[in-house]
Design a binder for this molecule. Structure first.
Ligand SMILES: [Zn+2]
Ligand SMILES: [Zn+2]
Length: 350
């Protein structure tokens, strides 16, 4: 088993509002040490076989086929590891903007995306739930066969930390987990801009996943992610995420974390007050903070846990503007209620 670094969400000139070719986008990720990438174009399937990879390509870099199923009401869903175009059908009888039925409509749009992706043999990832009108936990919780969502996106306009319309993505995650859902958190770039660099544009290198897997193939990486064998990050790198007996153990790789945070690409959460340094928090149902330690290695006794425990590991540094910037790794939840033991066939559409 080893860790593979990947981005599940990127765009190319083919969508009309990004600035680089599929080849250039793939080369950027290859040259910056990633192991896998999805060229997830809006309602357009880019066949990885049609994309020329760098002549000096490393053996440990792959494209995973996919698309961004781009539907009505700002609901976008990555179809991971699908080898054909996946259409974004609007469910029968529903119109676009429809007052009272809007919440129900959102649920049905998302379900139709999920089912279209499953029908094509892939894994759906709900993207940027806080973008524009987005989608709320109450809508997502009645959607079946969805096990991945974007907890963090590097896109500057998607309000990961919440706004007047939306709870933070992390609060939405805890709502879903508390309601009994099996949902894992993804971090991605949603990159569009590879030529102009600024916090205001959608550059690459801001959000990614680290997947634990024995082989680097589209099927193996997708299977590992759908079963929660990965963590999401915007800069903090881990040396350990494990369960030994009833202990949930985590550790931060400080050297690798500082190397990532030295990169000009990362963008943290800006806060006005903070405590510089590392922090490890264990979080349970309802988003309740179970344990908090200013350290780089910690364990949590699962016997004390409710239905789930997840861990958030962070690093806070002062910013030149007098405030602070925070970076995170989010591990996937450990469940005490066995909800993650559902068989693979439950991921398939009947
Ligand atoms: Zn999108
Ligand atoms: Zn996108």
């Amino acid at each position: 088993m080893r860790w593979y670094k990947g981005n599940t969400h990127s765009h190319t000139v083919l969508c009309g509002h990004a600035d680089s070719t599929p080849e250039a986008v793939a080369a950027w990720y290859h040259d910056h040490g990633y192991h896998f990438l999805i060229l997830s174009e809006h309602n357009l399937f880019i066949d990885p076989d049609s994309v020329a990879l760098p002549a000096d390509k490393r053996a440990d870099f792959i494209l995973i086929p996919g698309e961004e199923v781009t539907g009505h009401q700002h609901i976008h869903t990555t179809s991971m590891n699908t080898r054909r175009f996946v259409p974004a059908h609007l469910p029968e009888g529903l119109t676009d903007e429809n007052g009272d039925t809007i919440r129900e409509t959102k649920r049905l749009i998302l379900q139709s995306h999920v089912d279209s992706v499953r029908r094509a043999g892939g894994a759906p990832i709900l993207n940027h739930p806080n973008w524009l009108s987005g989608i709320h936990a109450e809508d997502i919780r009645h959607v079946h066969r969805l096990h991945l969502f974007e907890l963090y996106s590097g896109h500057p306009d998607v309000h990961n930390w919440g706004n007047e319309l939306h709870a933070s993505t992390e609060q939405k995650w805890d709502s879903l987990l508390s309601a009994g859902l099996l949902v894992y958190g993804v971090s991605s770039d949603d990159a569009h801009d590879f030529k102009k660099w600024s916090p205001e544009v959608t550059n690459p290198g801001r959000g990614w996943v680290m997947v634990r897997c024995d082989t680097l193939t589209p099927d193996a990486i997708t299977h590992a992610m759908e079963h929660g064998d990965f963590y999401a990050t915007n800069g903090v790198i881990l040396s350990e995420v494990s369960r030994e007996g009833m202990q949930y153990q985590v550790a931060i790789d400080t050297a690798l974390t500082f190397r990532e945070l030295d990169s000009p690409f990362v963008t943290g959460k800006k806060v006005s007050q903070g405590q510089p340094g590392f922090l490890i928090e264990f979080i349970g149902p309802g988003g309740q903070l179970l344990n908090k330690q200013e350290t780089t290695r910690a364990a949590y006794e699962l016997a004390n846990a409710g239905a789930y425990v997840r861990c958030k590991l962070s690093y806070t540094r002062p910013n030149p503007d007098g405030g602070y910037e925070q970076f995170f790794a989010w591990t996937q939840p450990w469940f005490s209620d066995g909800r993650d033991t559902i068989s693979d066939k439950d991921y398939l559409l009947e």
